[in-house]
Each structure stands twice: as structure tokens, then as C-alpha cells.
Design a protein. Structure first.
Length: 490
RNA sequence: GGGACGGUAGCUCAGUCGGUAGAGCACGAGCCUUUUAAGCUUGUGGUCGCGGGUUCGAGCCCCGCCCGUCUCACCA
């Protein structure tokens, strides 16, 4: 811990205050303190003259000679306390002067309303519960240095109430999802994070080593292949809510570890999943935001009222690139895309150029919730082909505010087609084929629908936050100084 | 990885032309028994991100590096 001379001085002052309080009979780091209730409870049950016991962190102090006003903050609210010399006695009042901003105290007293109309507690007895040795961030502007906000999130949470609201919303969204799915008969399961093959998606995994078995392991990039084994095993409706880990870049919509919800339903298909995700997301919005119009002030509001727009991949591309797009030669398509400042290497196929057009020109214009359906089969190796056109698969990608929020499939349960598709994707590298998964499929998996929701992105949509770092308590940050023994990337 | 921008007191931020580093909050001392961004008096507090360079003199100019934000690219 590196402290400046100034910080050391602050800390020494507070240590001296701690000694003063010890001398006055306080336990420096307190003990359990029985409360009448949280500050929010006390506010809700407010009655003039009512005796209460409350506790919290001291976040503001206004000294006025023989009396002191202060504010206590706990996880629920902020509440004013009033400390008077003649109510406490000289000793206890003098000791209170050694309470610093940031300290936790517990107290008993009675409720009253001040001249200016603020509900407050008149303190009759108080005790120190914990001493803070560092000052709080600035009381008016809060903490705005983004780096400190993420690295020392606790300071952000103390100083910036709107940050707390985002994480409260996140908690309520997770809670809603579980209740919603349980009420519809889905079972919550947990499958391995440490896997011998990282399947179910296409992404670089984090690699590690398990000493006891002497084998390398991967952190999962998706739970999909294990959940499908459970469909084989007879679970009809399952979901898993947990972390995935991807060894990829870091930007405002990607963090190396992120929370995903995956749901599988036997005897369902992509339409089952579309209906489910509409109800799930709009239900969460109604419960957590109290409305289906979500977004921060100044943002385009997202209207989550079902039913949402459904459009095929092909139609969306045609809308942007012209009705003759798929009749164009590769060269003509390449020229058209390059004229729109897309980076198109010569070896790109027509399908790849099309995807580039979709990715760069179509997807980010889809602000209101849109199900993009019938994607090219080569993009989605784990989905079933459409019966009327085997070049596309029976899937949707839900796009909101220009970002993919949730893919959903009619799952591929044909073990022979699945093997062919995985082999094609592995491009001859047999080590990339998950034989154990294929064996499970060969035991018979019922037809099923499945989907995955990026929870962090869902929270972003519902709270209007624009960076994934603002909806994760502890986003990934780089070490300030590289460790000397740090291995370099391969 | 490229580009733009940022890093100055514990926090929020100024800092002019290259010429003695500032304010508010916080903190210390003093006054104040219904204040609330309390108020009044007064004082303390600096590795100007790090390392070089130019210069009589660098927070400011130049070079390299670190961290962050945005953005583009990569990855899919």
C-alpha cells in the first residue's frame, strides 16, 4: 500500500481518533448491533417520538458547537441524526467529535422532525462500530475518475447512488429470471466451468492445468453442450445462469468473463424460444423498470412491448444492399461494399461479404428489438437447417440497440448432420471434435428449442447503461505495472 | 495493435506566452444547540502518471513508457 505523505497524515489523525474512542470505552471495530430495522424501514415506520436503534456509515457531518447534525447511510437509505451535548452528556458528546466521515456507528434515540422538515433521529446513546482510516470521496461531485471507480468499486458505491441503483436493478433482474423460469417449470442446473474441451461456441478459451489429473483444462466458453446432454438424459426444460469465460478482446460490450443464461426446452423450437424471450425480457422490464419503454434520458427509448419485429437475414441485407444483391457477382458485391468503406479482402466469398454487410451496415441500425431469422448455416453449426432451405438455419438473433442480445435456435439433434458440421468447422483437426458430446447425441436428443441471453447486455438495455463495465461490479482491469515473471502470450 | 483524448493536493477541477503550483470540498485549530453542498475566522497539505531530452529555467515543448476513456481493427 503506497500512501503519499498527505494520506499518511490523514491516516494518523484517524488512528489518533481511534485511540481517543478506545479511551472513551468504545470497541474500535465494534460487535453485532441489534437494529430496529434498516434506515429505509425506519423511514417507512416513521412516527414522532418513536424509539429506534439504527446503524450506518457516517457520510456527512455538520458541527454546530454544542450540537451536531450528521447523515448515516446504509444499504437502503440515508438518514439524518442529531447529536446534542445535553442529550448525551459531556463525555459521550466529546467522544463523538472523534467520529470521522466514513466511520460506522450504531445508535439509539428517538425520531423527530426538524424545523426544516427533515425526518431525523435524536441520539441518546451511540457506539463506534468500525473506524475508517481513509477519507471518503468528495461529497458533492462524488467519484468520477473511471479508473478508480472500477478498481475501487466500493468507493463508487458509497459515493454515487445511481451506481447502486444499477446494481440493485441487476439483482432484481436475476431474481425475476429465476422466478419466471421456475414458475414455468424449468429446472435450474449447474454444469462444469472446467472442461477438457471448450465447446458450444466459437471463441478462444482460457487454458489452465489440473495437477491431480495431469491434464490441461479450459474454462467454458458456453454451457451449451452439457445442457444438451441433460436433454438426452431426460430433462425437458432446463436453464443455467452463470459465468462464461472468453479469451478475447475487451471493450464496452465485452468482458472476458460474463454472465449468460441458457435455456433448453425439449419438443420446442425457435418459435417457442422467441415467445419465451419476449415474455421474459418484457416481464423483467415491467417488474424492474415499471415500464416497457426503457433507456436513459437523452437516449432513444426502447419499446419492449411484444410482439417484436421479425425479419429474415436475407430481407435485412436486401433492404440495405438493394434487391439485386444476391444476383450480383462476387466482384460486383465486393465493389459495392468497398464503396461503403467496408474492408473486403479479395478472397472473401459472396456469403462472407454479405455477412460483412449485415455486421457493419445492418445490425447496428436495429435499435428497437428485432428478431433476425434464417441465418446462413455456416455461421451457426449447432442449429437445425430450415426444412424449406438447407442453406439457412432455423434460428433467431435478437438485436436491441444495435447489439446482439440473445441467439435462439431450433437445436440440431441429428447426430450425423452434427458430426458433419463440427468436422467442417474443425477443418481436419480431430482434436477439436467433441466425441463425448456426439456420442450423447447418438443416444437420442429430443427435438428442442434453445437460447442464450447475455445477462450483462440485458442489464444494459434495461438500465440504459452503455458500457458493460457499468453493469459489472468488478470489470476486468489491467495491472498497473506488469509483473516481471509475467508469461508472454503464445 | 492503430488513432484521438486524458492522468496536477485524499476527492472534483483550474493552471494564460516556458518564469515562485491554485480553488472548492475534505483535513487541523477557533466560534456556533434545528443544520443540510451549514456558516464565519484561520492553517496544513504537491513524485504535476513514470523515465529521458531541449532550455538559464519545463505542469506546459520533444522522445520513450505505464494506466485509463473513446474509437477503429483483430477475434467471431
Amino acid at each position: 500500500m503506497h500512501l503519499s505523505a498527505h494520506e499518511i497524515e490523514f491516516r494518523n489523525q484517524r488512528l489518533a481518533h481511534l485511540e481517543t474512542l478506545k479511551a472513551a470505552g468504545h470497541r474500535p471495530y465494534g460487535r453485532a448491533f441489534e437494529r430496529t430495522g434498516s434506515l429505509a424501514d425506519v423511514r417507512a415506520a416513521f412516527a414522532e417520538g418513536l424509539a429506534v436503534r439504527v446503524a450506518g456509515r457516517v457520510v456527512a457531518v455538520r458541527e454546530m458547537g454544542k450540537s451536531v447534525f450528521a447523515h448515516l447511510q446504509d444499504g437502503t437509505d440515508k438518514f439524518q441524526i442529531y447529536v446534542q451535548k445535553n442529550a448525551l452528556g459531556d463525555e459521550s458528546f466529546a467522544a463523538f467529535k472523534a467520529v470521522d466521515l466514513g466511520d460506522f456507528i450504531g445508535l439509539e434515540g428517538e425520531l423527530f422532525t426538524t424545523r426544516t422538515g427533515e425526518q431525523s433521529v435524536k441520539v441518546l446513546r451511540w457506539e463506534l462500530l468500525s473506524k475508517a482510516l481513509h477519507p471518503l470521496p468528495e461529497k458533492w461531485h462524488g467519484l468520477s475518475d473511471t479508473e478508480v471507480r472500477y478498481r475501487q468499486r466500493y468507493l463508487d458505491l458509497i459515493a454515487n447512488p445511481e451506481v447502486r441503483r444499477v446494481f440493485n436493478a441487476r439483482s432484481r433482474i436475476l431474481s425475476f429470471i429465476r422466478r419466471f423460469l421456475e414458475a414455468r417449470g424449468y429446472f435450474e442446473v449447474e454444469t462444469p466451468v472446467l472442461q477438457t474441451m471448450a465447446g458450444g461456441a466459437i471463441a478462444n478459451p482460457f487454458k489452465t492445468f489440473y495437477n491431480a489429473l495431469g491434464q490441461s483444462m479450459y474454462m467454458r466458453i458456453a454451457p451449451e453442450l452439457y445442457l444438451k446432454r441433460l436433454l438426452v438424459g431426460g430433462y425437458d426444460k432446463v436453464f443455467e445462469l452463470g459465468k462464461n469465460y472468453r479469451n478475447e478482446g475487451l471493450d464496452r460490450s465485452h468482458n472476458p468473463e460474463f454472465t449468460a443464461l441458457e435455456i433448453y426446452e425439449a419438443y420446442g423450437d425457435v418459435k417457442t424460444m422467441m415467445k419465451l424471450v419476449e415474455e421474459l425480457v418484457s416481464g423483467a422490464a415491467q417488474e424492474v423498470c415499471g415500464t416497457l419503454q426503457v433507456g436513459k434520458e437523452g437516449q432513444e427509448q426502447i419499446d419492449l412491448t411484444p410482439p417484436w419485429r421479425v425479419a429474415t437475414y436475407r430481407d435485412l441485407v436486401l433492404e440495405k444492399a438493394g434487391a439485386d444483391w444476391f444476383e450480383k457477382s462476387v466482384a460486383a458485391a465486393r465493389e459495392w461494399a468497398r464503396a461503403r468503406e467496408l474492408d473486403i479482402p479479395n478472397e472473401m466469398t459472396h456469403a462472407q461479404i454479405t455477412h460483412e454487410v449485415y455486421d457493419k451496415l445492418v445490425e447496428k441500425t436495429l435499435i428497437q428489438p428485432t428478431f433476425v431469422t434464417r441465418l446462413p448455416a455456416e455461421l451457426v453449426p449447432l442449429a437445425k437447417r430450415c426444412e424449406d432451405d438447407p442453406s439457412v438455419v432455423d434460428v433467431f438473433e435478437l438485436v436491441v440497440r444495435g447489439r446482439e442480445l440473445c441467439p435462439g435456435y431450433t437445436e440440431l439433434n441429428d447426430p450425423l448432420d452434427q458430426r458433419a458440421r463440427l468436422e467442417e468447422q474443425a477443418a481436419g483437426d480431430a482434436a477439436k471434435i467433441d466425441e463425448d458430446f456426439l456420442r450423447a447425441l447418438e443416444h437420442g436428443m429430443p427435438p428442442a428449442g434453445g437460447m442464450g441471453i447475455g445477462i450483462d447486455r440485458l442489464v444494459m438495455v434495461l438500465t440504459g447503461e452503455e458500457s458493460v463495465r457499468d453493469v459489472m461490479l468488478f470489470p476486468q482491469m489491467k495491472n498497473r505495472e506488469p509483473k516481471p515473471e509475467e508469461p508472454q502470450a503464445e
